[in-house]
Design a binder for this molecule. Structure first.
Ligand code: BES
Ligand code: MN
Ligand code: MN
Length: 464
């Protein structure tokens, strides 16, 4: 182990240089304009894995390729599947970045670039933790398989197809992914200096609503008040999604919600969350949410609804008196166990239809959905992860839930029968999905060390 850790220490700068090179590739999965950059990022990863001697393949899909690789089998020890994603969110709004999103820049010990923490930087820690073993001991204490996709940020459609066996021509890719535990580093620590293991994620139901009124834009003086304005309608409807208590108004929305237990509420409270510091970090002077719940409860364990995009009418400089022909919005619900996105879709469709006035037609696009997930806390893998983090970060982790979604976690459970370890190396203020996304280079290195320790800890668990 000393040799492995020594290698990681010696290669600290090279690890960073590799990360910066990868972050320079604009692997934005949702926008087809970036397809060649997505491909370049996948190819880069394949080359790195091949150079390490991993059995590697690039699975081409209907959209972006999936990278699969594995180290040698180690009989009698658990098989680990590392999942991650090499795609990133769009960098918009571009003018809010201090330095360009795909030209990684280091300031104050942090690298700033789209994908720095979500998820290229976090994902790479496991490849480098693996490299440290291969380049010193020559082999790993456990077999590690990598499954790195390029569509996580737009719904993981190709990965779902792959897990359903749709890319198995002749040989079974799904069988080749068999494992005892999944490891994902794609979330956050509890705070600076306080690493965490995440045991719950929220689910999601994401929609786009398009409303159409008159056949073209009209003079709002000549026609307003008589012809239904789709922008007015959109605002009326979206405004009714949440009530004054911060609760979603769709019928049946809360029926399946698993409520927080007294014990869990106490555990959350014991974390001593600082609302004032949190408000400061996001630049607000007050907060609002579901009545009767704390900030952590609202973020981690209660469902909600957010508008993610909104458009209609005149957006240019100055004033234009127009009654727009069209209006649209993207919005999503964050779900908690055991809410079902399909049921939400049905209830939403009906709810919307009841609210569409004469003169407006609606189109509702169901973009993607996933149920929330909870992972067991009392497994030997959890104990191994706890020990690895203690060694890599020098601090024992706390257990937290997280408000984000990683849809494939449920599929690992249902299709591969695996539990997942969510070991986030990021920070809540790393600006995931926001301008100036960043990742602490110390956290990057501690993630690499924790990964190297994790393989050793899991290797001690003899099974079969
Ligand atoms: N890494 C995030 C999910 C995440 C963020 C988990 C913070 C825990 C803490 C992931 O890349 C992500 O953004 N997921 C999407 C899912 C969606 C596109 C299906 C999300 O949560 O919005
Ligand atoms: Mn992610
Ligand atoms: Mn993300």
């Amino acid at each position: 182990m000393q040799e492995v850790l020594g290698y990681a220490e010696k290669n600290r700068e090279r690890f960073q240089a590799d990360l910066f090179e990868w972050l320079g590739m604009a692997s934005v999965s949702t926008d087809p304009a970036f397809a060649s950059e997505v491909r370049r990022a996948a190819d880069w990863l394949v080359t790195r894995m091949q150079n390490l001697g991993l059995k590697t393949r690039l699975v081409t899909t209907r959209k972006h390729p999936i990278v699969i690789a594995e180290t040698e089998p180690v009989p009698g020890t658990p098989v680990v599947l590392v999942y991650g994603h090499y795609d990133v969110q769009p960098p918009d709004p571009l003018n809010e970045w201090t330095t360009p999103p795909f030209q990684p820049a280091v300031r104050d010990g942090k690298v700033f670039a789209r994908g720095a923490t979500d998820d290229k930087g976090q994902m790479l820690t496991h490849l480098f933790g693996t490299e440290a073993w291969l380049r010193t001991v020559g082999k790993l204490p456990v077999q590690i398989k990598f499954l790195i996709e390029g569509e996580e940020e737009c719904g993981s459609h190709s990965l779902h197809e792959l897990l359903r066996g749709e890319y198995d021509n002749g040989t079974s890719i799904v069988e080749s992914l068999a494992n005892d535990i999944v490891v994902i580093s794609d979330s956050s620590q509890y705070g600076a200096g306080q690493p965490a293991i995440t045991y719950g994620l929220r689910g999601i139901a994401y929609y786009e609503l398009r409303l159409t009124g008159p056949s073209q834009d009209l003079h709002s003086g000549g026609f307003g008040g008589a012809v239904t304005n789709p922008a007015n309608t959109l605002c009326r409807i979206l405004g009714q999604l949440l009530d004054d208590e911060g609760r979603v108004t769709l019928p049946g929305f809360y029926d399946a919600v698993v409520d927080l237990t007294k014990e869990e509420r106490k555990q959350f409270a014991d974390l001593g969350f600082d609302d004032a510091a949190f408000m400061k970090s996001v630049g607000v002077s007050g907060m609002q949410g579901e009545a009767g719940y704390s900030t952590l409860e609202r973020r981690w364990a209660r469902p909600t609804c957010d508008i993610n995009g909104l458009w209609s009418g005149y957006q240019g400089e100055g004033a234009k008196t127009v009654l727009p022909a069209r209006a649209g919005a993207k919005f999503s619900f964050r779900l908690v166990p055991n809410q079902n996105p399909q049921q939400i879709s049905e209830s939403l469709t009906e709810w919307l239809q009841e609210r569409i006035p004469p003169g407006i037609t609606m189109e509702l696009i169901d973009r993607h959905g996933a149920v929330g997930s909870m992972v067991p806390l009392d497994s030997p893998f959890m104990a191994a992860a706890g020990a690895a983090i203690q060694s890599g970060f020098g601090t024992a982790p706390v257990f937290i839930r997280s408000g984000g979604s990683i849809p494939v976690v449920n599929e690992f459970a249902s299709r591969l029968g695996s539990d997942t370890l969510l070991l986030g190396w990021g920070q809540d203020d790393d600006n995931m999905h926001s301008p100036n996304e960043k990742f602490s280079l110390d956290d990057f290195q501690r993630g690499i060390l924790s990964s190297a320790h994790l393989w050793s800890e899991i290797g001690k668990m003899k099974i079969r």
